[in-house]
Design a protein around this ligand. Sequence first.
Ligand code: F6P
Length: 363
Amino acid sequence: MKIAISTGGGDAPGLNAVIRAAVVAALQRGWEPWGIREGFDGLLFPERFHGEGLVPLTRERVRGITHLGGTIIGTTNRGNPMKYPTKKADGTVVELDRTGEVVRGLRAHGFDALISIGGDGSLTIANHLAKQGVRVIGVPKTIDNDLEGTVITFGFDTAVSFATECVDRLHSTAAAHRRVMVVEVMGRYAGWIALNTGISSTVDAILMPEIPYDLKKVADKILEREKAGHTFSIVVVAEGAKPMGGDLTVLSKEAGRAERLGGVGEKVGAELQELTGKETRVVVLGHLLRGGTPTTFDRLIALRFGAAAIRALADGRSGIMVALDPPNVRYVPLEEATKRMKSVPLDCDSMKTARDLGICFGD
Ligand code: F6P
């Protein structure tokens, strides 16, 4: 078996652990694993990689990478072959479907199967490729944890652990200056990172996409705390949070890629300062959540996902995604995993816990 491995979309801690496990498990079976550089770009545009758009993944190549952030084969969130941004002669950019070229490219290089490691975007592409006859196994990656079908994605635990450590550090400086600290975290259209970070780091308010906020409610909470003698407050804001009746804060929108969110923290900070009369500072954690060493939890599920992807291929399966269903790993159809985004259910235990702990959601 000659297999191709691709990592697509934003990187997440644990990608290298998946690659290592898949490669070692494939080599043990006498298979030949290769990496496609930067999503599918290595296959579509070998010239960009000086002819080395495909790299043989030898035992030596994957040695000592389990704990490393990033991905040894690179990734891109501009390379969606279903909507490839292509410049026309008049300068305008159009989105072209180039999946046919990916299918032909995989066949031309003699690949029998593909392991696609990615989030909703990459797994939607994987599903599309499966429908065109490619043998594909998906592996769920994203710090956002917004994928259906799996209890958790790898990368999420590392992001939440680091964000929690950051907010822990903000408590003392907020207290020293009697300030309100607003911390913006990633997560796209789901509030998983904000919710788990906010509960773990015992913040006073969490604003997330699932609950449009009224900042007057948050300001009341801060002023109540003030009356009770607590002179500082901490608010975690998901980048996808929006005010009641208002819109998302979008940084930019380009052809061929998802819109970039960001900036809501600054808006919330300015308004809270106005409403409470308290000095407010804003911290944006951004890409810090995606970098560095994966936690033990993420490493372990990443290694389990990589090995499980190879077992699925060995069993002759295709069109499925590896998923965590504790205590086991199971397989779900890619179709099911990519049907809709997994938001935070408002009646879940974590939400109830947060409300029981007196955390305000601005509602
Ligand atoms: O999906 C992962 C993620 O980090 C989101 O949380 C965030 O909105 C987005 O990617 C940022 O993408 P980029 O790296 O293109 O800025």
